[in-house]
Design a binder for this molecule. Structure first.
Ligand code: PBG
Length: 322
């Protein structure tokens, strides 16, 4: 069966298409700003005008959705993250600008406080630096609502607090936002592969040597991921997400099998940087390894994948089909 191209094609079980891809983007204040992220060659922080061009390119390549991460200037960061839910904050304005120009592009937003806190944690902290669950959930609800009001299609809590999916779902229902979807970062591990992202959004220095171990999951655990997913499903999550992706294929498989829900995976910044660095050194072929990495995530059970390679991959797939 493997001897001929036709029979290999006929028995192929999984196919990667642009329908599988979600593009994560970084937005900063200003105009005509393009700041390359040093640890993620090929990825830049863009001001809105340039971001809209990028989104136009993504739309032309049939990418269905983008997920938005803001770079917040230090002067707007605070202990209590009040910038996170301002009606005309950077994210809120960006959402409405994208939806105005590209109504069909799905806009997914990150619900977490780390770009907005002076200490770089995803939530509010007590005097010992411990992240406070319930106090944080109150702010996350305001943040999610402000995204929904601005026109977001999907809100994606990435903070790993308990009870936030239920609280956000209730707030959306009572504010006439019933069709706004919740993409829950269900199994988000306390991974060392987020380093380049923290450089990109500028939370790295704020966080310093502190860790997120008191709320993100221990990489040693897998049953716990099922437990987390059960909580989120019962609270009304529409989509479950596993993050990182490539090192956690067993978790993707398990969650998809257990719940049969839409399941997404996030190929995170460190996964991108590893592949990119090896490709730049000609140690690995970029196109083949990137496609293999995404196909493996899909084979494990992911219905869609957030990847910084999304635009490149969509181009490769388009060119191959001609
Ligand atoms: C934080 C957040 C992180 C990422 C997405 N949202 C980093 C973290 O938890 O510290 C990481 C994404 C990536 O590494 O590409 N809310």
């Amino acid at each position: 069966m493997r001897s001929d191209k036709f029979s290999r094609s006929l028995m192929r079980e999984n196919q990667l298409t642009s329908d599988d891809l979600i593009l994560p983007v970084f937005v900063l204040d200003g105009i005509k700003k393009n700041e390359p992220v040093q640890s993620m060659p090929g990825v830049s922080r863009l001001s809105l005008d340039l971001l809209l061009k990028k989104i136009h390119e993504a739309q032309e390549l049939k990418i269905n959705a983008v997920t938005l991460f803001p770079v917040i200037e230090d002067q707007y960061k605070s202990e209590n993250a009040h910038e996170a839910f301002r009606d005309d904050g950077l994210v809120q304005n960006t959402i409405s600008a994208i939806k105005k120009e590209f109504p069909d592009m799905g806009v997914i937003t990150d619900v977490a406080l780390d770009p907005y806190t002076s200490h770089g944690q995803d939530g509010l902290i007590d005097k010992n630096g411990y992240v406070l669950n319930d106090e944080t959930v109150d702010v996350l609800v305001k943040q999610a609502l402000s995204h929904a009001e601005a026109g977001a299609d999907v809100v994606a809590p990435s903070d790993m607090m308990d009870g936030r999916v239920g609280a956000i779902r209730e707030a959306l229902e009572s504010h006439d936002k019933k069709n706004i979807k919740i993409l829950s970062y269900t199994a988000k591990y306390a991974s060392s592969f987020y380093g380049p992202f923290r450089e990109a959004v500028g939370s790295k220095n704020n966080l310093g040597n502190a860790s997120k171990d008191s709320y993100q999951m221990d990489p040693a655990n897998s049953d716990e991921a099922v437990h987390e997913a059960l909580l989120d499903v019962n609270e009304g999550a529409d989509i479950l997400m596993v993050k990182p992706a490539g090192l956690y294929l067993d978790i993707i498989y398990k969650i998809k099998k257990e719940f049969n829900k839409p399941t997404f995976a996030y190929q995170v910044s460190g996964e991108y940087s590893m592949l990119k660095a090896a490709a730049q050194n000609n140690w690995l072929g970029e196109k083949a390894t990137v496609i293999e990495s995404l196909l493996s995530i899909k084979r494990a059970g992911a219905d869609a994948i957030l990847s910084y390679f999304a635009v490149d991959v969509a181009k490769w797939l388009r060119d191959d089909s001609h």
